[in-house]
Design a protein around this ligand. Structure first.
Ligand code: HEC
Ligand code: HEC
Length: 352
């Protein structure tokens, strides 16, 4: 009798454990069935995100090893390290020191160098300083002369920051120069760092269209740069949280960004904020059109009659005549650029 009871006990226990396993399996299945639609939905979303690659982007794997700035903490000379750090601070927060309410001097428009030279001039294709120390002094056709780093920095002060020249013997200029030299110190003299300056952008077959560009601006830029293009100052008004794209506080019409190709390249690979060159968010057309829209708005003017002493060296998108060819100022400003390029090639071939 006792034996029999033990047997049924065992049977009941093993039956219970089988039921337990079954319940577990059923439970897992139920959870899986409930989760299924979510999993499918998620993977669809991921696919959709993957499809949003703008037309004209390069799908080939990029195997380039890009330049990266050295680490300031690697500087052992304490005096030099301090100077380089001050230079970096001036590039990152120029306005705090040298803007309209600058603590050192009031001599520029409130923009920071790093508004255009991203992360203090260290971002790949973010207009970085990688090739400055290695390639300057160099001949520049805009001035028709060999330029030092000082001259180049002051060009940006006078045009991009619509301000005055900075004294080349003062602490601020010395610090900016020391910083730029340090940033490019890992690039051999005479060589160009991979990913410095702007990334190339194909020309359109048509002229860039300010009307279409306005639609791009409204949809993708004005939330930060504001409908009037004037940007947003920070709370204590020492610098811009979102810098201006036109108007009195913006770069003037002698600045590098006033050339549509520079503007389009900068924006294509760096805007909206957070964009990196490997995953642009604008199509080529959107980049050119929004550039045309922004560059057709009001901004400060600078007289630079000595620019481009040799007309034939003017870039094809320099928006002011006189030119070495017969195309209009309008076509030099907005395109279409392919006919201009062809003319330039023909000329170059005949002078060879
Ligand atoms: C509004 C945008 C803008 C701002 C602000 C600006 N720059 Fe520039 N900078 C440019 C552009 C665009 C170029 C390239 C122009 C060209 O090649 O035609 C450039 C070029 C340079 C170069 C030469 C880079 C090279 O590889 O040849 C240096 C150096 C430089 N800037 C320093 C500065 C400093 C320092 C400041 C702040 C005082 C500053 N820039 C502010 C737009 C800007
Ligand atoms: C999410 C906010 C945001 C959006 C959206 C955005 N930007 Fe910017 N933009 C910035 C910030 C911030 C900077 C300055 C970067 C820095 O200092 O690090 C900047 C800098 C710039 C500059 C160089 C500095 C200047 O003021 O001239 C240009 C040109 C520019 N943006 C154009 C555009 C265009 C065109 C669009 C739309 C396609 C756009 N941005 C969308 C935040 C934004």
């Amino acid at each position: 009798m006792q034996n029999n009871e033990r047997d049924t006990d065992k049977e009941i226990r093993s039956l219970l454990s089988v039921i337990n396993i079954l319940l577990l399996v059923i439970g897992v299945l139920v959870v899986a069935v409930i989760a299924m639609p979510f999993i499918v939905y998620k993977s669809n979303q991921a696919e959709k995100a993957g499809q949003q690659i703008p037309a004209g982007s390069d799908l080939k794997k990029d195997t380039t090893t890009y330049w990266a700035a050295p680490d300031i903490n690697s500087i052992t000379d304490i005096k030099l390290k301090k100077q380089v750090e001050y230079g970096k601070e001036l590039v990152a927060h120029t306005s705090k020191y040298l803007g309209p309410n600058g603590s050192v001097l009031k001599m520029s428009n409130g923009m920071n160098c790093q508004n255009c030279h991203l992360q203090a001039g260290t971002v790949v294709y973010g207009n970085n300083y990688g090739s400055v120390a290695s390639l300057y002094p160099k001949f520049r056709a805009r001035s028709g002369a060999v330029e030092t780093i000082y001259k180049r920095v002051n060009d940006c002060f006078e045009r991009s920051l619509n301000g005055k020249e900075l004294d080349t013997t003062g602490n601020e200029m010395k610090a900016i120069k020391a910083y730029i030299d340090f940033v490019g110190s890992n690039v051999p003299k005479g060589k160009k760092a991979a990913g410095s300056g702007f990334k190339d952008l194909a020309y359109l077959d048509r002229a860039a269209d300010p009307g279409k560009g306005q639609l791009v601006f409204t949809a993708k830029c004005q939330s930060c740069h504001q409908p009037n293009g004037g940007g947003v100052l920070n709370i204590d008004k020492t610098e811009f949280t979102y810098p201006p794209l036109w108007g009195n506080s913006s770069f003037n019409d002698g600045a590098g960004l006033y050339r549509i190709s520079n503007f389009a390249k900068y924006v294509k690979y760096n805007m909206p904020q957070g964009t990196i060159h490997t995953s642009p968010q604008l199509s080529d057309e959107e980049a050119w059109d929004v550039a045309a829209f922004v560059l057709s708005q009001q901004r400060p003017h600078i007289d630079v009659p000595k620019d481009w002493p040799d007309r034939s060296m003017k870039p094809i998108d320099h928006p002011f005549g006189p030119y070495a060819d017969a195309f209009s100022e309008k076509q030099h400003k907005y395109g279409p650029f392919k006919p201009l390029l062809e003319e330039q090639k023909k000329k170059a071939a005949t002078t060879k």
